[in-house]
Design a protein around this ligand. Structure first.
Ligand SMILES: Nc1ncnc2c1ncn2[C@@H]1O[C@H](COP(=O)(O)OP(=O)(O)O)[C@@H](O)[C@H]1O
Ligand SMILES: [Mg+2]
Length: 482
């Protein structure tokens, strides 16, 4: 389709215009050339008529010889008489003498004579058909009073001149055709050099659209089409990466969900077979079941948040809240886990009061996520330090660990969705993406600083509520509950 359309457009726009231009040039050149030829013939005839007029005037002055005889001799011995006919006219156009010896039967062709009699320069001119052939006649009126001669006339056949003009015009037409052919050739080469790659680009784009992210275009020229190829290749690469990430995400999420389910199932079966006889086992089992269920639901919550975030539907329920309280709760949640994994969890809670306007649950989820990462990416014997302080009017929360760290190359990618720098540990790779989004929506910042093999520090900064806003909020709440 593309081939046809571009070619057709070119035919109409460029080629059509060139054809018209060449046609106009050819017609103008043709007219100019035939004018030129006719003019030269006319000039030649005029100059012959002029010189005949001069000679006849001399004859008229020469009284020693008979004027009529001299004129007749001149005409009959006219040297170019095989090329043209010379006539001497009188009165109404009667032919006195003619070099051919025959009188023409077509009197209408004496237009030039009549014109010469009235014209200022005493000459008349006629081009037209006489019998079978086209002729040109030039008449020069003479003023030789009393001589009986009133004009000299030359008549020439245009057959030869017309043929010559036809030759030249044919040459021009041929030249025009050659030019058009050249244009056609070079343009079709050019058009093909666009249309063919465009076709290939389209074909590859279709393959990519159908899911073949390994399809690549060969860049042939360093032009706009080459750039397009580069862009499409880049797009395919990015799509491929996204596809792999998505697949990895699905498999790691499934894995994540299976682990707590296995624990729940295992403990459930144990308790069932035990028939609740051993109180201690029952207690322990129930605890695990509850904590694993918690883990499952927070995972599902995170997935839902992620999906809402992706579709722009993540809503925050804002109210005045104390983030430090949420932080303490998150730390408590992980105390048991840290102990189990042999990690020292240090909580440096300054005696601070820093209310913010935010979503309680979401903020806690962010802390849980960050602490979870710190413990998850630390090895046995490591230390995770959680601290909260107020720095230049902002609440700054830091979670530092002595874990495996993050490579410098990966550092700016870890906040992107599905990205996991370390695929050996469990995780879906969306935690930090969601956390970053939540903190940003609270006008805060989440920064990750890390040294590979040494540890990581995550710093969350949140703007503290101003005193007057806080009072207004309390007032609002007061009015709401009478
Ligand atoms: N404290 C940390 N120490 C080392 N690596 C970390 C830490 N926090 C995050 N990362 C890296 O960043 C990636 C993204 O984190 P996250 O979005 O929470 O995904 P997940 O925890 O599910 O793997 C992790 O896979 C991990 O490679
Ligand atoms: Mg995580």
């Amino acid at each position: 389709m593309a081939i046809k359309r571009i070619t057709r457009r070119w035919l109409f726009n460029s080629f059509g215009v060139i054809v018209v231009i060449i046609l106009v040039i050819e017609v103008a050149a043709g007219l100019g050339i035939s004018n030129y030829y006719y003019n030269s013939v006319r000039q030649a005839l005029l100059s012959r008529a002029d010189s005949a007029g001069v000679v006849f005037a001399r004859y008229a002055e020469d009284k020693t010889q008979d004027f009529q005889t001299q004129v007749r001799d001149y005409v009959t011995s006219f040297p170019a008489k095989d090329k043209m006919e010379m006539m001497v006219l009188a009165g109404e156009g009667e032919i006195l003498y003619t070099s051919s010896g025959f009188e023409p039967d077509d009197k209408a062709t004496l237009d030039d004579y009549r014109a010469a009699l009235v014209s200022q320069d005493r000459s008349g001119y006629f081009v037209g058909r006489m019998g079978q052939e086209r002729v040109m006649a030039v008449t020069m009126a003479l003023s030789l009073p009393g001589s009986g001669v009133s004009a000299v006339r030359f008549l020439v056949s245009l057959t030869h001149v017309d043929r010559q003009i036809a030759w030249v015009i044919s040459g021009l037409v041929l030249l025009g055709c050659v030019i058009l052919l050249l244009v056609l050739f070079s343009s079709s080469y050019f058009i093909n050099s666009i249309v063919n790659p465009v076709g290939e680009v389209g074909e590859t784009a279709r393959r990519i659209a159908q899911g073949d992210f390994r399809a690549r275009l060969a860049k042939k020229n360093d032009d706009e089409i080459g750039e397009l190829c580069d862009i499409i290749n880049y797009m395919a690469e990015e799509l491929g990466v996204a596809e792999t990430m998505k697949n990895d995400f699905i498999s790691s999420v499934s894995h994540e969900l299976r682990t707590p389910l296995t624990a729940i199932q295992g403990w459930g079966e144990t308790i069932l077979s035990d028939e609740g006889e051993d109180k201690e086992t029952l207690q322990k089992g129930m605890k695990v079941i509850i904590s694993e269920t918690d883990r499952l639901s927070s995972m599902v919550e995170e997935l839902l948040d992620f999906s809402r975030m992706q579709s722009g539907r993540l809503k925050l329920i804002l109210s005045r809240m104390d983030p430090v309280a949420e932080l303490s709760e998150a730390v408590i949640m992980y105390t048991e886990r840290a102990k189990r994994d042999g990690i020292t969890l240090v909580y440096e809670e300054g005696d601070i009061y820093a209310p913010i306007r935010g979503d309680k649950n979401k903020i806690r989820q962010v802390f849980v996520n960050v602490i979870d990462n710190a413990i998850k990416y630390s090895d046995h014997g490591g230390t995770v330090t959680v601290s909260a302080e107020i720095l230049s009017g902002k609440l700054v929360i830091t979670v530092t660990d002595t874990g495996i760290g993050i490579r410098e190359d990966d550092l700016d990618k870890i906040k992107t969705k599905f990205f996991k720098a370390n695929s050996t540990r469990r995780g879906s790779g969306i935690g930090l993406a969601v956390a970053d989004e939540i903190i940003t929506r609270h006008n805060g910042t989440l920064e990750v600083d890390s040294r590979y093999g040494e540890g990581t520090a995550v710093t969350i900064t949140l703007p503290i509520m101003k005193k007057q806003d806080e009072l207004a909020e309390i007032d609002d709440a007061g009015e709401g509950t009478p």
